[in-house]
Design a protein around this ligand. Structure first.
Ligand SMILES: CC(C)(COP(=O)(O)OP(=O)(O)OC[C@H]1O[C@@H](n2cnc3c(N)ncnc32)[C@H](O)[C@@H]1OP(=O)(O)O)[C@@H](O)C(=O)NCCC(=O)NCCS
Length: 183
């Protein structure tokens, strides 16, 4: 059995997620997500936001939003000791499993110098489509990459072949992303 488990975020994860944000991004130029954003993830977008645990301890998280057939994966982070361990596969499995059937395009954005994240996006079949110069304000560029429908299908099939997403797993409607803030 894998030492990793992934579950959807829940409301009571707010403080933990704020703490994880601080430890992962507090010292970066990128900075941390604000409390309101984190609260929205924990309370409204739980179905597309995930916490990775290793033997019950937080190991990473993935935040995403789904609207009108498009997924926006806004944060993907592993605590340093889990980086390079393939723990990321468990998070990606949960993510792809949750959004399959709902989306045919998936977007990422990343700092230009974040080679690890860019490599992960590329390995998922994402294509870098734009470098937006002032994404987070003047001079704060970010790369935007996109998995299109064809690549997303390939990714889904690859995950299915590897047994990472159940082929027979019908999309559970209760797993569908909350539309509470999307209308
Ligand atoms: C981005 C992140 C989730 C990737 O997870 P990971 O377990 O480290 O990923 P991997 O070890 O599989 O590395 C992915 C690839 O990047 C490469 N890589 C890792 N660190 C690198 C670095 N500092 N510079 C260049 N390449 C690097 C790896 O060799 C690997 O390449 P490969 O697929 O050709 O083998 C993780 O590094 C992380 O949490 N980083 C901090 C948070 C962050 O920046 N998140 C993204 C922005 S939201």
């Amino acid at each position: 059995m894998s030492r990793y488990t992934v579950r959807n975020l829940r409301s009571s994860d707010f403080a933990l997620l704020m703490q994880l944000e601080e430890s992962m991004f507090g010292a970066t130029d990128e900075g941390v997500l604000g409390p309101f954003y984190v609260r929205i993830c924990c309370d409204f977008f739980q179905d597309s936001c995930f916490l990775l645990e290793a033997e019950g301890e937080p190991a990473g998280y993935l935040l995403s939003f789904v609207q009108k057939g498009q997924a926006y994966c806004t944060t993907l982070a592993l605590l340093p000791k889990y980086q390079g361990t393939r723990a990321i596969v468990a998070l990606l499995k949960a993510f792809v499993g949750a959004i399959q059937g709902d989306v045919d395009t998936c977007w990422f954005t990343v700092e230009c110098d974040n080679e690890a994240a860019r490599a992960v996006h590329k390995s998922l079949g994402a294509r870098e489509v734009e470098e937006r110069p002032d994404f987070y304000g003047p001079g704060r560029a970010r790369i935007i990459s996109r998995i299109d429908r064809e690549s997303f299908e390939k990714l889904r099939h690859r995950f299915q072949r590897l047994g990472l997403v159940d082929q027979t797993e019908a999309k559970d409607e209760s797993n569908a992303p909350s539309k509470a803030l999307a209308s």
